[in-house]
Design a protein around this ligand. Structure first.
Ligand SMILES: *Cc1c(COP(=O)(O)O)cnc(C)c1O
Length: 402
């Protein structure tokens, strides 16, 4: 019979399941079956959401704050975000320059649909967050990938940026500190990039979700704060997911020119409407309340960062830079590839990830997913005990390869 053949839209050729979520799902399924999997795959902090934030949500529920809010977020939350930009970044925004979404991811999606179209090019430095090229492609625009070389700490140089600009370039995406590499640009490097962007009229999308996770006194600077001119052509994305360990609450935000924010809000109004009312109350408490938990989490991440980098570099064939930000490391595993295990060749980062999951019960994400074959991404958002045990298992598994 076969009467019901599902013919998907052509755009689905560009849309695949997020590979980071795919590996996490496989690791979770193995755990559910009783396997003792150590998960370096997940892209979220392992800490609980701080109690004061959870209590603000409970209070909101009890007070009946459970209805639709304004599409782009409550005034109360917008004001908390405005205060945050002022306090942390020296930036002045007004309510009509802020959009609250169901995560920074939705803000980016709204931006893509509102700002890009067929014929536009958007520069995305690799290794990149998996969703950037896909969201740009859905808009019809062309993602232009330029390679942040490992020798340069996985960052692009101003020259590399300049060389990639064409008459069709509409924007560049900067994510510093970075997922997946942990790289972070210095203020001088960012300044050089913004100088070019201003001169060539290229819009900057600055994803600052890992702002609060910088180590070794790496100075964080919000790109829009360089000058009024830069601010006029920058859209900043941020959110509470990573800073306050609030991934499941789904609150992120964007700040930028009001015409663009208005258009992004219109897209959101015709898709999801407002982000969850209860989560917005929690986010107000996160941004306005005590900030001690943020620093406590950062200090713990910093300890783990050193342990994981040292442990990886002690494994023969693996090389890993000590990254200045976020909670990921991005070791080079190219020397481990081309080896074999039980007669099976391990040729790619995806093969290695599968091998590690099956043989060592350790979940990592193949670098291929981030546009950087020859690497794997490991999140150190898991306990020190798990990190130590995981490193031991990886070392033993690599040893077994011939
Ligand atoms: C986690 C993450 C985000 C946003 O996450 P949300 O939970 O949607 O706010 C954005 N950019 C990068 C690079 C991330 O890693």
């Amino acid at each position: 019979m076969g009467a019901h053949v599902i013919k998907l839209a052509k755009r689905m050729e560009d849309v695949k399941e997020s590979p980071t979520l795919a590996i996490t799902a496989k690791a979770k399924a193995m755990k559910a079956k009783g396997w003792d999997v150590i998960d370096f795959g997940a892209g979220e902090p392992d800490f609980d959401t701080p109690l004061n934030i959870k209590e603000a949500a409970i209070k909101a529920i009890k007070a009946g704050f459970t209805k639709y809010t304004a599409v782009g977020g409550t005034d109360e939350l917008k004001d908390a975000i405005i205060n945050k930009f002022k306090r942390d970044n020296g930036l002045d925004y007004t309510r009509d320059e802020i959009l609250v979404s169901c995560g920074g991811k939705q803000s980016f999606f709204n931006l893509s649909l509102a700002f890009f179209e067929k014929g536009d090019e958007v520069i995305i430095p690799a290794p990149y967050w998996v969703s950037y090229p896909v969201m740009v492609a859905i808009s019809g625009a062309k993602p232009v990938i330029i390679n942040g070389r490992e020798e340069n700490g996985f960052k692009i140089t101003p020259e590399e940026f300049s060389d990639a600009i064409t008459g069709s370039t509409k924007a560049i995406v900067i994510n510093s500190p970075s997922n997946p590499t942990g790289a972070a640009y210095t203020p001088e490097e960012l300044k050089a990039i913004t100088d070019i962007a201003v001169k060539k009229g290229v819009f900057i999308i600055s994803d600052e979700i890992y702002e609060k996770l910088c180590y070794d006194n790496h100075p964080f600077v919000s790109i829009a704060s360089f000058s009024e001119e830069v601010k006029r052509q920058t859209i900043t994305l941020n959110g509470v997911s990573k800073t306050y360990s609030m991934t499941g609450w789904r609150i992120g935000y964007a700040a930028g020119p009001k015409e663009l924010i208005k258009a992004m809000t219109n897209i959101q109004s015709q898709s999801t409407s407002n982000p969850t009312s209860i989560s917005q109350k929690a986010a107000v408490e996160a941004l306005n309340g005590a900030q001690d938990a943020v620093e406590e989490m950062r200090i713990e991440f910093d300890k783990r960062r050193k342990v994981i980098v040292n442990g990886l570099n002690a494994i023969k064939g693996i090389r890993c830079m000590l990254p200045p930000g976020s909670f990921y490391v991005f070791p080079n595993i190219s020397k481990v590839l081309k080896k074999r295990f039980n007669g099976k060749a391990i040729n790619s980062s995806a093969d290695l990830a599968e091998f590690l999951l099956e043989e060592a019960e350790v979940a990592v994400v193949p670098g291929e997913a981030f546009g950087a074959e020859g690497h794997i991404r490991m999140a150190y958002a898991t306990s020190m005990e798990n990190i130590t045990e995981g490193l031991k298992r990886i070392g033993e598994a690599v040893e077994k390869m011939g």
